[in-house]
Design a protein. Structure first.
Length: 90
């Protein structure tokens, strides 16, 4: 689609009428900030795909393994009949 100078002028006039001339600088500023953020994010995504170029040893040394946890017996409440009998004794 090829826009000529008249079409661009008509679109600009309609935008100014809809939003007002006072809000146009703020809208252009926010559009510029959004474009900068989008550009930075896409650049970061491209850098994430590249393999790291360093061949240094990792700075963090592996830690010794922790001992295995021993399973514990679950604590089970006594049956209701026992608790009722205990209440009668008190």
């Amino acid at each position: 689609m090829n826009l000529g100078p008249w079409e661009i002028l008509i679109i600009a006039v309609v935008i100014v009428l809809l939003f007002g001339a006072r809000k146009m600088p703020a809208m252009a500023r926010s559009l510029g900030q959004s474009m900068r953020i989008l550009k930075a994010e896409t650049k970061g995504m491209r850098n994430d795909d590249d393999p790291p170029e360093t061949t240094e040893e990792p700075a963090v040394k592996p830690q010794a393994q922790l001992p295995q946890a021993q399973p514990q017996k679950p604590i089970v409440a006594p049956p209701i009949e026992q608790t009722q009998a205990n209440k009668n004794l008190s």
